[in-house]
Design a protein around this ligand. Structure first.
Ligand code: GDP
Length: 260
């Protein structure tokens, strides 16, 4: 495994709390063209020695990072917008975003990164889907030491059915796999259960999701890593609280202003 700490710069320049530098489109980095890599269908999220791909090329030099991962259409772009104030929507069909969206501030040693959605995408070839998944694995593996939180975003309405369907077919469901993979590379995951506006019995659903992830219910005892949110309505406080806790644990109270 190649760690990138050697070429990462030290702390960035001056900080301007409490008002952040106003985000501009020019600070949104979108990596270059994806190089397709072959991978086994439903292959596990395990570290592998594939060559570097373009997904890494435009990663800004930032020493602290929060990444969003999740199946396509779970609301990652919407959540990114709520976290950063910048609209990342592609306006296209799911699967259009195949490179990371980095959102950083000129004078801050921190960024949010929205990694491409994985799993089934209508109209996207399986080979390409697998390439995306493989690149996500590489990205997380190589940057793990800088990632303070890996936010697994789920569609709270659909997640349990999808997980159970995969499990019944004998496959490891993508979300479960990603949750475990993050832990394997030393990044404690936070689960953002989105679209809570579409869920009737929220406690029951959150317990089910915890159960599928191997977190013993009731979900409330995992409130530092399970965050019910409704990104569409801007209700992301539970996630921000998880991130604040995480930053504090990492002795990075200087980052609290990004999630308050
Ligand atoms: P992405 O593919 O994960 O980036 O998903 P998007 O952010 O593009 O959202 C996919 C769809 O889910 C869009 O139609 C959003 O408006 C919708 N969506 C996002 N967040 C929520 C939410 O909290 N509740 C509901 N009901 N829909 C949401």
């Amino acid at each position: 495994m190649i760690w990138l700490s050697d070429w990462l710069c030290g702390l960035a320049g001056s900080i301007h709390p409490p008002t952040l530098t106003k985000p501009t489109a020019s600070r949104v980095r979108v990596a270059g063209t994806l190089t397709a890599l072959r991978a086994t269908h439903d292959a596990p999220f395990k570290p592998r020695n594939h060559p570097r791909t373009d997904m890494f090329e435009d990663r800004p030099d930032r020493d602290a990072e929060v990444v969003l991962v999740g199946r396509s259409n779970v609301g990652k772009s919407t959540l990114m917008r709520e976290l950063t104030g910048h609209d990342f929507s592609t306006g296209g069909k799911p699967g259009v975003t195949r490179q990371p969206n980095h959102f950083d501030w000129a004078s801050e040693d921190f960024m949010f990164t929205d990694l491409p959605g994985f799993g089934f995408m209508s109209g996207v070839e399986e080979e390409h889907r697998e390439a995306i998944k493989t690149n996500i694995v590489h990205y997380l593996e190589e940057n793990a030491e800088h990632i303070l939180a890996g936010v697994v975003v789920m569609d709270g309405k659909a997640a349990v059915d999808i997980i159970d369907r995969h499990a019944e077919r004998g496959n490891v469901p993508h979300d479960v796999e990603m949750f475990g993979f993050l832990q394997d590379v030393g990044v404690e995951p936070i689960v953002a259960v989105n679209k809570t506006d579409k869920i009737d019995d929220l406690d029951e659903r959150l317990d089910e999701i915890c159960d599928r992830l191997g977190l013993y219910p009731p979900w409330q005892q995992w409130s530092d890593r399970v965050a019910p949110i409704c990104a569409k309505r801007g209700d992301i406080e539970a996630l921000e609280e998880c991130l604040r806790t995480r930053f504090h644990e990492h002795n990075r109270d200087d980052l609290l202003k990004f999630v308050s």
